[in-house]
Design a binder for this molecule. Structure first.
Ligand SMILES: *Cc1c(COP(=O)(O)O)cnc(C)c1O
Length: 451
């Protein structure tokens, strides 16, 4: 083991050392070499060192450098040093986070970390939650808690009896709802299309005046951080209306909730903290390794009622928190460890600095591109920038050429009918020099396209 782990650590360090210079995307040689892995299952053992050398030799060059400083695709964080190292150690421990008896350390760090997150986001004390794979499953879990509670209030036990014959619930979403929330609705039996869609403004924010009537059989889904613009739904008005009617409010805050970590941006979360459930990601803006999402629920009993594998009646109130009562999974890896490591390493101040730095860098990008004559299509409120390089065709070609050249990486989107490049600044590793280099590269590509 000793040799193997030291050797692997050296390969990992060598990979990290290449990140500032290497292309963000793999070259064609690296992609062609992948075919060397398409072999039949070996009949005989391979020495572990040889396995790792094969993996590094073919695998490392065929990665996308998402953990470097110039990957701006989707909403993608890198890996903080403390989280990467904690991930190694936790994998060495190989803990099953399902039960406290299986891993006291995993159960303890989940509890500690959930408490820290509730504090950071300014959520009500007593809020509980669970660690899941990402915001999709966090949305799923929050909505399952909502389904449990609202149907229980109607005298219906959905966990026992399912949705056939249940009193109908209405799900209200914004026109700009993230596709993962619709996927969660599809998995929960609500139906992806069986929703009421509320019109939005030019930043993708729900219009409160267009809200349909809400009642105690309604789940209102709002968004902290639109995946294109970064915009926040006007939560104060929306949540007030929902609470007056007894509706459940679920927040998709996959990356936007982290704005609450910065004192000067905390106003963005006004109203959100009054909701009933929240979904967020740690593998995006907190910069922990994949995969890691978190569901938070104001009334943890609702989440437990939805997720518990044993009828709640048998569970004594004084029991310690058992992680598997709050997640769809039973056995699972101990994700809370990396989240704890990230927060312990950064501290409140370090986290605020990291989030704020990315917001400033997004602003720097937007201003740099605007100064060179390109159109910024959104109000840059946090870390998302939408840019057009002229016509849809020109923008498309700049996106394709950027992705091919590999100096940086950003994807495309269509924002309210207009083709745009979507830039998300979400990595601890991004430097101001990375931003300047990206602005220069984009300007160069856009000028080539214009010729
Ligand atoms: C990324 C994202 C999701 C889905 O998160 P996963 O971690 O990919 O499951 C949901 N909502 C929003 C707003 C997102 O940005």
């Amino acid at each position: 083991m000793h040799d193997l782990l030291h050797h692997t650590a050296q390969l990992a360090q060598a990979y990290l050392d290449t990140l500032p210079q290497r292309s963000v995307v793999p070259n064609s040689t690296a992609l062609d070499a992948l075919s060397r892995l398409r072999t039949p299952l070996p009949d005989h053992p391979t020495h572990p060192n040889t396995v790792i050398d094969l993996l590094d030799g073919i695998g490392s060059p065929a990665t996308v450098a998402t953990t470097g400083g110039r990957y701006f695709g989707f909403v993608t964080g890198g890996t903080l040093p403390a989280s990467l190292a904690a991930n190694w150690l936790a994998t060495t421990w190989d803990q099953n986070a399902a039960l406290s008896v299986m891993s006291p350390i995993a159960a303890t760090l989940e509890e500690v970390t959930l408490g820290w997150l509730v504090d950071l986001f300014g959520l009500p004390s007593g809020t509980g939650g669970g660690f899941v794979t990402g915001a999709t499953m966090a949305n799923f879990s929050g909505l399952a808690a909502a389904r449990h509670r609202l149907l229980q209030q109607q005298g219906w036990d959905v966990e026992a009896n399912g949705l056939f014959g249940a009193p109908p619930l209405t799900v209200v979403v914004g026109e700009e709802v993230h596709v993962s929330l619709l996927k969660a609705l599809q998995l929960l039996g609500f139906g992806r299309e069986r929703v009421v869609r509320v019109p939005v403004d030019n930043q993708g924010r729900m219009r409160p005046a267009a809200l349909p009537p809400l009642d105690e059989r309604t789940i209102l889904c709002i968004q902290a951080g639109n995946v294109n613009t970064g915009a926040f739904d006007p939560a104060p008005a929306l949540v007030e209306a929902a609470q007056a009617s007894g509706a459940w409010v679920h927040v998709d805050g996959a990356f936007g909730l982290w704005a609450g970590a910065v004192p000067s941006r905390r106003h963005l979360l006004a109203g959100y903290t009054e909701a009933n459930s929240w979904a967020t990601d740690a593998h995006k803006w907190l910069n922990v390794p994949y995969d890691c999402g978190i569901v938070l629920v104001r009334d943890p009993h609702s989440l437990r009622g939805a997720m518990s594998a044993t009828p709640a009646a048998y569970l004594a109130e004084y029991e310690p928190r058992e992680p598997y009562h709050y997640t769809p999974e039973m056995s699972r890896r101990a994700r809370g460890i990396e989240v704890w490591a990230a927060l312990q390493a950064l501290g409140r101040q370090g986290l605020a600095n990291m989030i704020e730095r990315n917001c400033q860098q997004a602003q720097q990008l937007a201003e740099g591109l605007a100064a060179r004559g390109y159109s910024i299509l959104n109000e840059v409120v946090i870390n998302q920038v939408l840019v057009s390089f002229g016509s849809a065709e020109a923008t498309e070609r700049v996106i394709n050429n950027l992705q091919r050249e590999g100096i940086a990486w950003a994807g495309g989107t269509v924002w309210q009918g207009q083709r745009a490049m979507r830039i998300s600044v979400s990595s601890w590793a991004t430097t101001d020099a990375d931003i300047e280099q990206t602005i220069a590269a984009l300007d160069h590509l856009a000028q080539q396209v214009a010729l």
